[in-house]
Design a protein around this ligand. Sequence first.
Ligand SMILES: Nc1ncnc2c1ncn2[C@@H]1O[C@H](COP(=O)(O)OP(=O)(O)OP(=O)(O)O)[C@@H](O)[C@H]1O
Ligand SMILES: [Mg+2]
Length: 490
Amino acid sequence: MGSETEKEYYRKVLDSLGRRLFVVSPDLKLLAGNRPATKKGGPEVVGKKCYEYFYGEDAPCQSCPVPEVLKSRRPVVRRVRDADGGTEQTQCLQATPLFDGQDIEAVTVLDIDLVHLHSLETELTRSNAFLRNLIMSSVDGIIASDMKGKILIFNEAASKISGYTIDEALTELNIRNIYPGDGAREVMRNLRSNDHGGKGKLKFYPIDCSRKDGSMAPIRLSAAVIYEGDKEIATAGFFYDRSEKKELEQKLQKTQIQLLQAEKMASLGKLAAGVAHQLNNPLGGITLYAQLMLEEYALEEGAKEDLTRIIDDAERCRDTVRELLEFARQTRQEILMNDLNHAISRTLFLLENQALFHNIEIIKSLDPDLPKVPSDVQQLNHVFMNIILNAAEAMEGTGQLRVETLPSDNGCGILIRISDTGPGIPEDALPHVFEPFFTTKEQGKGTGLGLSLAYGIIENHGGRIWAESKIGEGTTFTIELPMGQPSEQE
Ligand SMILES: Nc1ncnc2c1ncn2[C@@H]1O[C@H](COP(=O)(O)OP(=O)(O)OP(=O)(O)O)[C@@H](O)[C@H]1O
Ligand SMILES: [Mg+2]
């Protein structure tokens, strides 16, 4: 050892430790002690047996660590009673051998305050429990894994989103099972790049998470690499389920498309109405003058025939114009109390004789007590005609057509049900049949406007129309119309 000053400092350091530090010989005689160790006994500590000096005993303590140190030649920690003579084992002694060559010359003993250690441990446990609770009760899913992908933390939200139990995740799961395909590697690549919120960070990244049942949950992931110095030691991810939001987004998108479609239809309607109005007058002129010529001139038979054809064709044009105006809903709606059984029978009577219906069995089940409903019978005929023609076309002229009228369940209106035994409408097409221009018929055969027109008419009547269908069995269209006071509407 160096100078006296240096020795003095060593002494001061040992004294200022605040814990007992003493040296005993292998036969437990005190050789030296710092101030906390000698406080009670004063300077005459050297030469006394330690058990005598500290505890006033005449035999070594049962839990004395020194014999163990002599035997094992290694440091030993033992719990002992404290130096004030209490009986509780609240202190620990750490005994370390001091060697002189191969022999153990002496043993240094340092006491450790167990009460203090214990309170530190309790505090640590408490703050650990708090952190655990914090992680577990998070609404967001939290997963941490080491660099090999072994899961270290997996909270309840993560379990709920993924379908794996926390136990399963911690024992059997690898992070690569959570992100399908190349997902885990993609996340790491993005984490290591600077492009997603800085190196080692990833913010609100949309990705899929594999659920236990094999399905996918769309999630938004924020993640971070945990470093020790420069070394990557783990990754932590925080994420939430986007399924509901995604569904809403899709619905919104669909509504936007429908709105756009409606707008398109409205402008198309205006255009059609404009053209129809412009055509109406000259068509009236053509019919009128052709008729005048027929009546006022003595014409040859051939010329008469030609004029009659002109009149017929002009009338067909007028019909088309009327259809267009109807389509644009520019005709006046004439609402009266109508017997719809009668209206349906008339439509069926008109159709029945057409070739398409020759091999179709028509079953009528019309409620004789059906109340009259406020309606525009012309427009409703149009609707029935459309639906019945669709049914006959779907059955390709062979099958059963069932037409039924009955009071509606709530007693506030009537139901009209038209069913066929055709091939049915595929599930993916069913939601679209009322959309304008939706048709499965070949070009020139269908415009796809029939049902959209029917939909608009029924809606204008304050009613509802819907379709149910089973592939291979047939299709049923149901119309519900409310009862109420007749009124005239635009
Ligand atoms: N009873 C039915 N059975 C099977 N499919 C049907 C039936 N009714 C309608 N559909 C389907 O709905 C589509 C749309 O019908 P909609 O009446 O609107 O148009 P369309 O009949 O194709 O053409 P349009 O009526 O303008 O001549 C049809 O093309 C068809 O695919
Ligand atoms: Mg049709």
